[in-house]
Design a protein around this ligand. Structure first.
Ligand code: NAD
Ligand code: 6OD
Length: 516
């Protein structure tokens, strides 16, 4: 960031705790300044509109976030359009890829700042941000910098009427300015999962991070600036969704394609917005994912795997499991073991090494989760563990804490079993046969992911093709290879990203026919 701007727009390094605070292990933060990043400059709110960002850990005010209106969104889209025609377009592919590798290296170098920003915004355990969110942010840039250099295209020799031949070949061209609209659960990971392939293909982007997580997107602006990504290639506008920045971006005629991760209902609104102008959309939406545990599984591995699938990131992972089906022979033993493992997850401060689970993203989201907790009891659930708000030390009492929760005995028709809760909870039901497990797993309007635990290879294959979901993990969960197709069926989304599938969404094939 230019020195002249620093007094007005302090860099995100202002997230750093003072040494004394670190010694005392207290929750302290010098107030960060969140800013839009437009045309390589950090700018505040032109309209003066801003909103509060509060800590999920203790409810304290982290900072004020500017809300982009028409003027900022127009400026960001115009900057991105100008950059498309400028140096970004002329940069040879290998140089563009090299720049993305430099972005990855810079995220690695500034990992502590990114971790601080992510932890402050989300309240997730520091260990989780250090092992998952931030390294994946860098890995996304590296992976797509590499993949884009190795994409094959077609070439045909076509006979011409004069007895000679023409060369018909295809090239990939960028789509234009891509609107990237992101959720709050894995902020840097999910934003870069889209920004990296979009830039790799030569597009420019305008990103709208979630209003809950403005930190790492702002910081990524600094990184883009410092490695020399040309002005206007990467832009960030902060704000809310409907009736605010998100909607302004989705409906902006200068946006050539929209890539979105978030709730299904928002995805529907974005798809409608994209219909104007016939613009392509990629939608990664919600899920109500099944976990299926057969009696022939490696029991300890299955308990550990389902524990992660249910409780990681306080259950706020779209791929997470909220419906667990366990073969009758091991049902009671499994319920007991999962309860014991859930009870080891100690809620606590993100920087406390013994913390096993963080808070939900906000008090508003906690209200939603607690409504499902009440509904489960009203619908006749047996509460295996949790079900409410944990007792926290006074300093953390204002945070969005909720207990890891397990139920059994609900009817499959209960809204608790049918709707995405996005919290640290699951319902466990027994099944007898493979066919019954499949029928239960597939009885959902969603189709994002599933996790299956069995030692039988034939069954693995049958379940792999039988479960109606975009991703089926057998004896694993959230084991990622960035070259594989990622996405959901039914209400869980449209399109696939990952590897060549991302490159196909973020570019268009042009056929060139050379005769003579
Ligand atoms: P959300 O849909 O509420 O918000 C996501 C983003 O969309 C935010 O930036 C928000 O401001 C913006 N937005 C909201 N309304 C908008 C509108 N009308 N027009 C344009 N933008 C709008 O989702 P969330 O609560 O941030 O995230 C949680 C949801 O995301 C869960 O449903 C989860 O399953 C889903 N999710 C899916 C995946 C996936 O890969 N399939 C990954 C992560 C999260
Ligand atoms: O790993 C990924 O690429 C990905 N898109 C994960 C999504 C997680 C949802 O919360």
């Amino acid at each position: 960031m230019p020195a002249a701007l620093r007094p007005r727009m302090p860099a995100m390094s202002s997230f750093h705790s003072t040494p004394r605070a670190a010694e005392l292990n207290v929750w302290i933060m010098l107030s960060p300044t969140f800013a839009h990043f437009i045309n390589n400059k950090f700018i505040g709110s032109r309209s003066g509109r801003q909103f509060e960002k509060r800590s999920p850990v203790d409810g304290s005010l982290i900072g004020m976030v500017p809300e982009a209106g028409d003027s900022e969104v127009d400026a960001a889209v115009e900057a991105a359009q100008a950059a498309l025609l400028g140096p970004w377009r002329r940069l040879p592919l290998s140089h563009r890829a090299g720049m993305l590798e430099a972005v990855a290296a810079e995220i690695d170098r500034r990992a502590d700042e990114f971790i601080d920003a992510e932890v402050h915004d989300t309240g997730k355990p520091r260990a989780l941000a250090s092992h998952l969110d931030i390294p994946r942010g860098a890995a996304n840039f590296r992976a797509f910098a590499d993949m884009v250099k190795n994409v094959p295209t077609e070439c045909f020799e076509t006979p011409t009427p004069d007895g000679r031949t023409a060369l018909n070949y295809s090239v990939r061209v960028p789509r234009g300015v891509v609107g990237v609209i992101c959720p709050w659960n894995l902020p840097l990971l999910l934003m870069t999962w889209k920004v990296a392939p979009a830039l790799a293909c030569g597009n420019t982007v305008v990103v709208k991070p979630s209003e809950e997580t403005p930190g790492t997107a702002t910081l990524l602006g600094e990184v883009m600036q410092s490695v020399g990504v040309p002005s206007g290639v990467f832009n960030v506008v902060h704000g809310l969704g409907e009736g605010s920045t998100g909607e302004l971006l989705a409906t902006h005629p200068g946006i050539a394609a929209i890539t979105f991760t978030g709730e299904t209902r928002t995805g529907e609104a974005i798809m409608k917005a994209a219909a104007d102008g016939v613009r392509p959309v990629s939608l990664e939406l919600g899920g109500k994912n099944p976990g299926i545990v057969f009696a022939d599984c490696d029991f300890e591995a299955a308990v550990a795997g389902i524990n992660r699938a249910v409780f990681l990131n306080c259950g706020q992972i779209c791929l997470g499991t909220e419906r667990v089906y366990v073969q009758r022979e091991i049902f009671e033993r499994f319920v007991r073991a999962l309860r014991e493992s859930a009870e080891t997850l100690k809620p606590g401060h993100p920087s406390d090494k013994s913390t096993g689970i963080g808070p939900l993203i906000s008090l508003k989201h906690r209200d939603k989760v607690l409504e499902y907790y009440r509904m489960a009891i009203d619908d006749g659930a047996r509460l295996v563990c949790g079900g409410g708000i944990p007792r926290m030390p006074d300093a953390l009492a204002g945070g969005a804490w909720v207990q890891p929760t397990i139920w059994t005995d609900l009817p499959e028709s209960s809204r608790v079993v049918r709707e995405e809760i996005f919290g640290p909870c699951c319902h466990i039901a027994p099944f007898s046969t493979e066919d019954e497990a499949l029928a239960l797993a597939n009885d959902t309007p969603y189709g994002l992911a599933a996790t299956v635990w069995t030692r039988d290879v034939g069954r693995s294959k049958r379940m792999g093709s039988g479960v109606a979901a975009g991703i089926v993990w057998i004896n694993s969960w959230f084991l990622r290879d960035l070259r594989t197709p990622f996405g959901g069926s039914k209400l869980s989304g449209i399109g696939r990203e990952g590897g060549i599938h991302s490159l196909e969404f973020y570019s268009e094939l042009r056929n060139i026919c050379v005769a003579g």
